[in-house]
Design a protein around this ligand. Sequence first.
Ligand code: ATP
Ligand code: MG
Length: 653
Amino acid sequence: MANLGEVLPTDDVVNPNIEILQSVHSKSLDSPEKFWANVAEDLYWSEKSGPIFEKLEKPPFGRWFSRWKTNICYNSLDRHATTWRKNKIAYYWEGEDGTSRAITFGQLFREVCKFAAALRRLGVKKGDRVTIYLPMIPELPVAMLATLRLGAIHSVIFAGFTAQAVADRVNDSASKIIITSDGAYRRGKVIKLKPVVDEALKQTTSVERVIVVKRAGNDISMEEGRDIWYDDAIREQQSDFPSAEMVEGIHPSYILYTSGTTGKPKGATHSSGGYMLWVYYTQKVVFDVNDQDVYWCAADIGWVTGHSYIVYGPLLTGTTSVLYEGAPDFPHPGRWWQIIEKYGVTILYTSPTAIRSHMKFGEEWARKHDLSSIRLLGTVGEPINPEAWKWYFSNIGRGMTPIVDTWWQTETGGIMISPQPGISMIALKPGSATFPLPGVDAEVLTESGEKARPMEKGYLVIKKPWPGQFMTLWNDPERFSSVYFSKYPGLYYPGDYALKDRDGYFWLLGRADEVLKVAGHRIGTIELEDALISHASVAESAVIGKSDAIKMQVPVAFVVLRPGFKASKELRIELLNHIRNTIGPIAVPDAIYFVDKLPKTRSGKIMRRVVGALVEERPIGDVTTLEDESSVDDARRAYEELKNEIEAYRDES
Ligand code: ATP
Ligand code: MG
């Protein structure tokens, strides 16, 4: 008998709701003004004059709410603190050392007002840039919200970046103030932060004051007249709180330098009106949050995911969330699952890299805890390997909860392609981010700009401006146009490889600049990585293309094994054969290197360009965003060791 799935369109079998999604999607594109005006009703605007959307002749080809006025801090706090939500928990903060704090919307509001008053006293006003270099402590969202309250612009830098990375970002944004802490806890150790700032300040001239939160109690030096303790700064502020400065929709809210997976960081600059609307809307549509939820986005606020879905999305929607300070495996690999049980977390949002780490630790850690409160899972940051998707679904979702695989970028402000349980739930496919959200006119184009056929690989584009779109790259409008708007003139080019399947589902296949071109075939790195991970021995892998005189490029793979498996020549041959059998002979790697860890950014993404540089024997370039420098030595060692052995096993296989 024929497979039913081949005979009937999938929609008829399992997707009765798909039409609902499609109809909301068309409405949003046919009459955007009306659609977004309706969403904007939920939020507070002090002025609503002029159109919601205006077309522009040059990139980004549109702007939103340019003459409307609002304030993101006001919408995140004042709006709730004057209702019953005043006593609702905004954050359950869990320190790595086991200390915890529950903070209500009312308390958060008061703390933000106090700190905004302190910033104002130190001279911060509308449009000034404030750099924030803090660990995952409550003072981090407080500092962000207080900055926006005054109409100033924040630039948050991952706590853990080097002095050079801090100096580059402070100089680019010309920040007047830096907010930092004495230190941070990471895996039980104290990481010093203030000395990094001191070092960075030797190379900058714009900073007038440094505000220091006491967190780890490590010894630091304070410079008279420049440095001030956070506690001292807010102590005098018992009243006279600044009211929220109402700013134009296109007033910048923040600059966020992208993680630098591919090169020199870019200062994505977000708006106030459109950005606020987008995170509010996507938090609802994708996570379907309600007042009973305890939502946890286990990312770092130093990454855009944390900005949009730890700080602004949950607060704008009045959602209770968890803020966790530390590492996922400290003091044991079950820490996350323990936190879920402790707070009764209902929604967990994390990254494929974190899921793969937990797979490596083993599901027995999750089994020790009651995870029955979870009703929705999410993932973001990289394509999720179907193997990791299934592990997450079975072990964390108990084989029941949907997974929202959310595709978006720093530049897009919020989620763009994802399942939308807040509108209507459809059948999911492991590894597919499913469909564009309302307002997102996404398509897959071929190299020459034609619409790709179903199953044909190509490049993702967004054809129309959307409210959450970033407005520019700080200080670099030329790069803004050339990186994002020149490949397909007039369209936004995110730089991702993708395809649409026969049911119209979108599959994101990795970065366009990492696509391999092997003997005339294009292969996304993620396709090969998926195939490797589907082998029982492989926990993680990074595939890159190595130049080759005949084939143009040949794939090479760096592989981290699961516990219980040992690197050996036999295993290497088995993996090569596994690729031969799953993808085909064309994709068989030229070499497989076994390593203990892969080079990753602080946001957990594999830095393929770093291993690529090793193999090509080129300089490694900017690695200020690297999480663990020893991973590069590890990869280098594996590469050197195998170099001599390569010919031998190639003959055998
Ligand atoms: P840089 O732009 O500086 O190199 P980055 O692209 O890693 O850094 P982000 O903006 O955090 O910085 O990441 C966005 C990218 O992450 C996307 O362009 C895409 O390649 C990848 N990505 C994010 N979510 C998904 C997803 N759900 N599926 C596939 N890829 C994803
Ligand atoms: Mg990017």
